[in-house]
Every structure is written in C-alpha cells, then in structure tokens.
Design a binder for this molecule. Structure first.
Ligand code: SAM
Length: 281
C-alpha cells in the first residue's frame, strides 16, 4: 500500500526545480497553435495548502517556494511559474501551492488536453474533485506507469509526459527506465520529463546509466543539489531527465540554475545541465 503523500513535500526545493522546468516546457509547446496533450503519470492531489497538517509538520516549502515567490528581480525563465503560484495566493501570505496538474491547467489553451493518473485513494479523490467538471482534463485512478504506453502515441501527435514517481517503491528506479524505453518506441517524438531524487547517489547514478544505455537520443539532465551527497538524512538534491527537450531548455536552465542555487542555498549548492545522450549526428 502506498503511504507517500506529496502534501508533506509540496513546494520544496525539488518542486521549485521540477515545476519551473515544467512551465518552460509547456510554454515551448505553446509556441505552435497545434494542440498538445499533457500526460502526468503520478499526478498527486493537484494542489496543496500550506496550512494543512502535512505542510505544517515538515515546513519544507519554506526552504523552497517560500524563498523565491516574492523575489524582486527573478530571471525571465522563472517568471511564469512564479506568476502561477501567486495566482493561487490572492493575499500577501503564501498559503496555497499548485501541484503539477493545477500548474499545467493554468498554462494550457482551449485546444490542449490533460490526462492525469493517481493511485493513492485519498489524493485521487481530491484530484478527481478538482477537475470533475473540466472537459479538458481526464483523471484516472490507475497505475500511470503501467498505463502509459497504451496512451501513446496521442491523437494530437504532440505532447509532454511527466513521470514523477515518489520512488517509495525502490523498483521504480528500474521500472521508469523500462517504461521510458517502451513509451519512446510508441511515441518517439514526444517530450518526456522524468523527475528523480538524489538520496543515495549510487542508486541515482545506476538509473541514469541505464537510461544512457538505452541510447534513446536527446537526453538532457538538469540537476540541483542543495547539499553534498549523503550530507543530510533524506534528499540532498533532485533532477529532471528530459528526452526531446524543447531546443531552448538547455540555455534556459543554464540561466535559471545559478539564480535558483543562490536563492535556495545562498550559493552553497551545486547544479549541472548536461547531455546524458546528445542528439544523433
Ligand atoms: N506530480 C505531482 C506534482 O508535481 O505536483 C507530485 C507527484 S508525487 C511525487 C507522486 C505521486 O504518485 C503520489 O501522489 C503517489 O500516490 C503517486 N503514485 C505512486 N505510484 C504510482 C503509480 N504507479 N501510478 C500512479 N500514481 C502513483
């Protein structure tokens, strides 16, 4: 049984990285009028309250979105993400946070669609309620990894697939590689964004090596660590592995990461933007 609830972690440093890169990728898809689909294999509850017992218990958001949401001069690369967070918070206090579904819902156009999967019973119910009357969004209580290849290729032939497991089940580190390989066979031109944590560096490295060994071309790795490997109990950093990233994403990340690192860690952290597998020549 799944016990992970994203409410404990919503808005933390890893969400800031994931959601700002997600916003940049959706914006890139919007540069063409043609419709696209956003598939979220691990959608969570959709949006979160920092007044909930979950957030109150950990306070993780204070070291994440809490540090950047009112930044005086944020770089252009993070502006739309911060605007989406501010749109959730009408007062001066930061009390609500858009998870990936609510964030993307704020960004898509009338012609675009969203397909969300969530397995946890309670978070599924909250997510289902959030989009119950929304004709652009479908929500399913299902295994998002198992179901992914059945949804591909999408009828729009354009899309972003976010794969954002909690890695509560350790086999997820292997499973996501198999799922991505299979999904890419069905929909080679799709944009894929895989989120990963750095808890045990050797486990993360093994997963990345396996991804590299698939030889799927155009794999871009974007990573931010707030502390050296192993220096904290739990997560010291996180990353996103993009397949077929929009062409601007590398330079946007190279502009964003130094700023994020300064704001979130006072410059004490480290970051990298590198091709795990480059474009075939
Ligand atoms: N994507 C969300 C966001 O950015 O706001 C956060 C998702 S959270 C990291 C991972 C979620 O995946 C949890 O809500 C968990 O219940 C759910 N989950 C775990 N395994 C799953 C699976 N195989 N299929 C669908 N959902 C799953």
């Amino acid at each position: 049984m799944l016990s992970y609830r994203h409410g404990f972690h919503a808005g933390n440093f890893a969400d800031v990285l994931k959601h700002s890169l997600l916003t940049l990728t959706i914006n890139a898809l919007k540069q063409k009028d043609k419709p696209f689909v956003y598939i979220d294999t691990h959608a969570g509850a959709g949006k979160y309250s920092f007044k909930s017992e979950f957030s109150q218990k950990t306070g993780e958001y204070e070291q994440g979105i809490g540090r950047v949401w009112t930044a005086a001069q944020p770089p252009v690369e993070i502006k739309d993400y911060l605007s989406a967070v501010r749109a959730e918070n009408t007062g001066k206090q930061l009390v609500r946070y858009p998870g990936s579904p609510q964030l993307v819902r704020r960004l898509i156009r009338a012609q675009d669609r969203m397909q969300l999967s969530e397995l946890h019973g309670k978070d599924y119910e909250i997510l289902h309620q959030l989009f119950a009357t929304d004709k652009q969004v479908s929500v399913a209580k299902e295994d998002g990894l198992e179901r992914l290849s059945k949804k591909l290729p999408p009828i729009q032939k354009r899309g972003l697939i976010l794969i954002d497991p909690s890695y509560e089940v350790k086999s997820d580190y292997n499973k996501v590689v198999e799922v991505l390989e299979n999904a890419h066979r069905h929909f080679a031109t799709g944009i894929y964004g895989l989120w990963y944590p750095i808890i045990d560096r050797s486990v993360t490295d093994r997963m990345l090596q396996r991804l590299k060994a698939t030889a799927i071309p155009k794999q871009l790795r974007i990573e931010h660590c707030v502390a050296p490997d192993g220096a904290l109990r739990g997560m010291t950093g996180s990353g996103m592995l993009f397949i077929n990233p929009p062409w601007q994403l590398q330079s946007q990340a190279e502009a964003l990461l130094p700023w994020l690192n300064q704001e979130l860690t006072d410059g004490q952290g480290t970051w990298k933007v590198e091709w795990l597998v480059p474009e075939l020549v």
